[in-house]
Design a protein around this ligand. Structure first.
Ligand code: BES
Ligand code: ZN
Length: 850
């Protein structure tokens, strides 16, 4: 047992909570009453549990049929509550009864309120967010994942309000004062961070049933037309996950609830999943591909947690990576089955690119690390946990085969249902199912930071592979780790290709391919979490074969080229020629999204005087692609209704308009922006790109239009699109208006992300940084604490040496709570930018020649 002052002793263990929450949402306080059944396992003279910001009004204790008085003490710093019985307790079953009150949480955690406007009046929702660790702000409890218990929850609220919680509603009773008591079915035994309730003026959708489970979407009034998609995804997910896991859905119903103010994307409370509105509520006919995909994957992600996380839970917060990495991996698997034509594994490539980008820094971290206090776990909710973690699982899954992997997962969940686990428990189950010593392979990926670059040279018989740690130039030196790398090779000779599967567990490996290949791809399907670095002849050969590769492998070519450039292993000429070559044959939206983001990064890195050459290159490249692919920018909607082509056209349109400044595209966007009938006649993907293109080349009039659209939006999508477009204006006066809007009117759930995006504005990003740094204390106070390090991520757009130095100084004086490592990564990344800028000196000539 741990002696850490933040950890609770295990001498008294709760098994059941009966909780009544009495909430008048307009009051400052809520009241609660909780009866806790617990077992004293060894003699104690005090009971220690968690509470934060709660005041205990009365406490009694039942032990062996005798009710005794008790007193309480608080340790506010450690968020502990001590319950001292009149006489010491010997091992027995006890019942603790506490009456208490508390105040609604700040920063969108605990039991907090969320406001919105409807029909000319202000409305309020009361909602909980307990991960991690905020249940203690709402009721006294053993607020650590290992203390699983049954929760029997009731809520007292004004009549006419909806109330939902983890369990299905059992009864609704009107009280003497006219208010109602809503009583919910007890939950399975689970961790406190999964407890939830929501009270407010919410409407429920129709109920859809999947495998006997009632599914509903709850939302504020007026959004009933935006629930159908979520219901469809949720029904698919329940069915798909029941089949995948081979275990029945562990709850008694599933409510998906859209919350107007929500710090995260969504939260996997058992049977009572909460979401930010823009993710859950979409209009299927107006939403573009990215919006639909995001909505579907997040819903699937949370439903994946109902088993992996809720039914089987990490013992302590150091295991959170597994929870989140696994759910992220599953969200793609589940949605790939939902809409195979979406090819979501290609989109996964984009997430992976972001993970690589942080993981090549010296300041990266191992996926799993020590988490002494629950607050330290906050630093774990980052790109490395989610995207690198999921990538590593995907690499393993494709290596051992999805069926065997699934067998291991089934075994693990069966064995540990209703209990808690460590990472090693999963490795054990996977080893048993696959016959592979999983720990030895996986530990090299989980317990050390970074990833390898696999160097490839041609030999007489095949290839020689060699691993070195990935690194960027201009950054700090990286640690010299070595990985056990599952490698999937495709080798080409003339028309023939062959596949090979090898494990690189030393620093070098000779692979016999039966002869020297013409070309090889050593990361087939881009499933491995490593970079490929070909000898010049093999790189040239692979580039020539690009037209024959799968789209995801073409994606990998440019993604690897970008990393090689940042690592100073590839010069600007090699970079531009690789991107140009892939652009000449690319057919998928994900590849074009990567070309768009890559040229966006280049725009920020190169000297402003070189930008016109980049714009010319983008214009020529996108126009050539549109022509090659038969996509029309300026004319009518596409013939046919191929969603992938629509998405592709919109990606190219946006890129050609924003960064290519192609006149016909900008004109077309302006026309669609002002002509509603024409806009309605076009497809939703193109329509969504229109305001972005207009904003990039727009002035005050367009800003006014988009600002009012944002303020008066009737759907969450409309609101988010308008807000995102506002970050693209390049007039400093308008950018200043946006900053002010973020400070005053944009919900705190969105403002930090909008400010981060606006720092990426190639013309006025620095102004945004000046604004943020000048008002730092005010913004940190206002915004959710989990979003501060992400807001700071906006600085990754900067490459000027003086600015980079200045920002370093700023963060030395203004450390971000629980965000020290993330900020160190952002800062290191800006030094990489500065070094890259120096190497891009002659880029204009290269671009004009390419
Ligand atoms: N459990 C998390 C939400 C969470 C994150 C709570 C950090 C507390 C701290 C949830 O399952 C999740 O991963 N949400 C994501 C959405 C997602 C699919 C990437 C989020 O909120 O960003
Ligand atoms: Zn999650």
């Amino acid at each position: 047992m741990s002696t850490d002052p933040h950890r609770l002793p295990h001498d008294v263990v709760p098994s059941r909570y009966e909780l009544v929450v009495d909430a008048s949402l307009d009051d400052e306080r809520f009241r609660g009453s909780v009866t806790i059944d617990a077992r004293v396992v060894q003699p104690v003279d005090t009971i220690v549990c968690n509470a934060k910001g709660l005041t205990i009004d009365s406490v009694t204790l039942d032990s062996r049929g005798v009710t005794t008085a008790a007193t309480v003490r608080y340790d506010h710093d450690a968020e502990l509550l001590y319950i001292d019985p009149a006489t010491p307790l010997s091992p027995s079953d006890i019942r603790i009864q506490l009456e208490y009150h508390g105040t609604y949480g700040e920063g969108l955690v605990g039991f907090y309120t969320s406001d919105y406007h409807h029909d000319g009046s202000d409305r309020r929702i009361g909602v909980t967010q307990f991960e991690a660790p905020y249940a203690r702000m709402a009721f006294p409890c053993w607020d650590e994942p290992e203390f699983k218990a049954v929760f029997q929850i009731s809520v007292v609220c004004d009549a006419g309000l909806a109330a939902v919680s983890n369990g299905a509603e059992r009864s609704r009773t009107t009280l003497a004062d006219g208010r109602v008591l809503v009583d919910f079915a007890p939950t399975m035994s689970m961790s406190t961070y999964l407890v939830a309730w929501v009270i407010g003026d919410l409407e429920a959708s129709e109920t859809v049933v999947a495998r006997g489970i009632d599914i509903r979407v709850l939302h504020r009034p007026g959004h009933g037309n935006l629930a159908a998609f979520a219901l469809e995804v949720a029904a698919h997910s329940i069915e798909w996950f029941e089949d995948y896991y081979g275990i029945a859905y562990p709850g008694d119903k599933l409510d998906l609830i859209a919350i107007p103010d929500f710090a995260f994307g969504a939260m996997e409370n058992l049977g009572c999943v909460t979401f930010r509105e823009s993710i859950l509520l979409v209009d299927e006919h107006d939403a573009n591909r990215s919006e639909l995909e995001r909505s579907a994957t997040v819903i699937a992600h949370e439903i994946a947690h109902m088993w992996f996380g809720d039914l089987v839970t990490m013992r302590w917060w150091n295991g959170i990576w597994l929870n989140e990495a696994f759910a992220t991996f599953m969200e793609f698997s589940c949605i790939d089955a939902f809409r195979p034509d979406w090819r979501v594994w290609s989109s996964f490539g984009l997430s992976k690119s972001m993970a690589f980008d942080t993981d090549a820094l010296a300041s990266t971290r191992p996926i799993e690390f020590e988490v002494p206090t629950p607050a330290d776990a906050e630093a774990m909710f980052d790109i490395l946990t989610y995207e690198k973690g999921a990538s590593v699982l995907r690499m393993f899954d494709t290596w051992v085969g999805s069926d065997r992997f699934r067998d291991g997962i089934h075994r693990y969940l069966k064995e540990h249902s209703h209990a808690n686990t460590d990472t090693a428990d999963l490795w054990r189950a996977l080893s048993a199912a696959t016959g592979v010593d999983v720990g030895t392979v996986m530990d090299t990926w989980i317990l050390q930071g970074g990833h390898p670059v696999i160097g490839v040279e041609r030999t007489d018989r095949g290839v020689r592979l060699r691993q070195t740690p990935a690194s960027f130039a201009g950054a700090d030196p990286v640690a010299s780790h070595r990985w056990v790398v599952p490698i999937q090779i495709t080798a080409g000779n003339g028309e023939a290709t062959t596949s090979h599967h090898v494990l690189l567990d030393g620093s070098e490996l000779e692979v016999d391919l039966g002869g020297a290949p013409e070309w090889v791809n050593v990361n087939d399907g881009f499933n491995g979490f490593y970079r490929s670095a070909y000898s010049p002849e093999l790189r040239e050969a692979l580039g020539l074969a690009a037209g024959r590769l799968d789209e995801i492998d073409r994606y990998a070519l440019i993604d690897d080229a970008w990393a090689a450039f940042l690592g100073d292993r590839l010069d600007p000429v090699g970079l531009v020629s690789t991107v140009g070559r892939v652009a000449g044959v690319a057919t998928g939206p994900a590849t074009w999204r990567r070309i768009a983001s890559l040229t966006g990064e280049l725009e920020l890195l190169i000297e402003p005087s070189d930008r016109p050459a980049l714009y010319r290159w983008v214009a020529a490249t996108t126009l050539a692609a549109a022509q090659r692919l038969g996509l029309e920018f300026s004319g009518e909607p596409l013939g046919g209704d191929d969603p992938e082509r629509r998405d592709l056209r919109a990606v190219l349109f946006r890129l050609a308009g924003i960064r290519g400044g192609v006149d016909a595209v900008v004109e077309r966007a302006r026309h669609l922006f002002t002509d509603d009938a024409a806009l309605d006649a076009t497809d939703p993907d193109l329509a969504a790109a229109v305001p972005d293109v207009v904003a990039r080349h727009g002035g005050t009039d367009e800003f006014d239009v988009l600002e009012s659209r944002f303020l008066a939006a009737s759907t969450p999508q409309e609101e988010m699109r308008a807000l995102n477009s506002l970050t693209l204006f390049t007039d400093p006066v308008l950018v200043a208006r946006l900053c002010e809007l973020c400070r005053t009117q944009v919900r705190t759930q969105n403002a930090p992300f909008t400010l981060a995006a606006a720092m990426g504005n190639p013309v006025c990003g620095t102004d945004v940084w000046r604004f943020v740094s000048a008002r730092w204390d005010e913004l940190v106070e206002r915004f959710p604490s989990s979003s501060i390090a992400r807001m700071a991520g906006g600085i990754r757009a900067f490459a000027g040496e003086d600015l980079v130095a200045e920002i370093s100084g700023f963060f030395a004086a203004h450390p971000v709570e629980h965000g020290a490592l993330t900020v160190a990564q952002h800062l290191e990344r800006t030094r990489v930018n500065a070094a890259a800028r120096r190497r891009l000196g002659g880029i204009a000539t290269v671009l004009d020649a390419g």
